[in-house]
Design a protein around this ligand. Sequence first.
Ligand code: HEC
Length: 108
Amino acid sequence: MKKGLIAAVTMFAVGAATFSVQADMSGKLDGKVEFGKHCASCHPDGGNIINQAKPLKKEALEKNGIKSWKDIVAKMRKPGPGMTKFDKKEISDKEAKAIAEYILKTFK
Ligand code: HEC
């Protein structure tokens, strides 16, 4: 009887842990989706339809001093000519970071 109870409790604990991991995953921001929503209209595939000299490819960004996700977030908050400004109400800091990391790891 006691053993059965322990097994039941263990199974519950494992189940709960699995559930919380899944909840965390689904709650996690998807940089790709957010990029598609906010940025892809002007930056399809990491390009730039308005100013072709400023795509989101790693090398091009680095040339302009954009080396980390923080620099990309800074551009969203204070963009150059022709780009929409995204403030925290539009894109939270967390979302902005997810988008920036997606850009850095995706467009080479
Ligand atoms: C309305 C079109 C438009 C949208 C929407 C847009 N951008 Fe841009 N983006 C531009 C233009 C135009 C530039 C070049 C601005 C300049 O001359 O500095 C640019 C430049 C950038 C740069 C700097 C590139 C460089 O080499 O200097 C980054 C980073 C960037 N955009 C990221 C984003 C992200 C992230 C989003 C979505 C959250 C986004 N952009 C949405 C038009 C857009």
